[in-house]
Design a binder for this molecule. Sequence first.
Ligand SMILES: C[S@@+](CC[C@H](N)C(=O)[O-])C[C@H]1O[C@@H](n2cnc3c(N)ncnc32)[C@H](O)[C@@H]1O
Length: 243
Amino acid sequence: MAANYTEVFRDPTAVEKYAERTYAPGSFSSIVSSRQAGWLRGFVPHAYRMPPVHHDFACGTGRVARMLAGLVAVSHGYDTSEAMLRKARELGTPGYAHLVTPGYAMPVPDETRPRLVTAFRFALNVDLHLRDQMMDFASAALPDADAGLLLVENHGNASSVRHLRKTFGRLDSASWFQELSHEEMRELFDRHGFDLVGMQGFTLFTQGCYRRPWLWAAKTADSALCSPMSRWATDVVYVARRR
Ligand SMILES: C[S@@+](CC[C@H](N)C(=O)[O-])C[C@H]1O[C@@H](n2cnc3c(N)ncnc32)[C@H](O)[C@@H]1O
């Protein structure tokens, strides 16, 4: 885990790498991202009686707002990195981008509509203090059970094949390697007054399996199995509701 996590993403070089390399067309992350988009676009109209207001904590380049385009009344993205928000604008992200001070992100109030809070690709690599910032934000946006839903991505589920890398692989200091368990997430939700109400997996396999000659087999197996085997997926989105 980077001690200076927030600082890392303020660097335009890290932003370019995130947008152009991590999410390059055809990359492992963009394949997972397009599966997430497909699921979200089915889930949101089903879960809400009217298009909700979307609040995206640590929105970065606006990936989630673009997935939800047309399905929400409006998207508000909140992030501490001006460079990330600039990239989001460049990529044509719909809605509003809010540059925030760490720990001071506050959802734009709108009492007239249900709300959807998302926090993707954030919880895994941050410490408990930043996870608490994420949950404080979610609590402010979702004061009660009827206010809407919280969706949090964990892209390093501890009970997945990714764990083998920790057991047998070489972990160099240049690449972050964290794991986050369902129990840790459940405990975090519970401490902030949320119940875990669902879990959706997006890949059973890791980036390494998405290389030739295994690429085709990994993609095919994931398309069929990552949803029914969500609990063991490497990349998971939790659905939580305020108690
Ligand atoms: C890995 S990126 C994820 C971006 C986006 N959610 C996605 O899934 O593509 C993590 C983001 O968290 C933001 N961030 C870091 N510390 C933060 C904090 N304390 N509050 C809000 N955002 C923060 C970074 O600037 C960066 O944009």
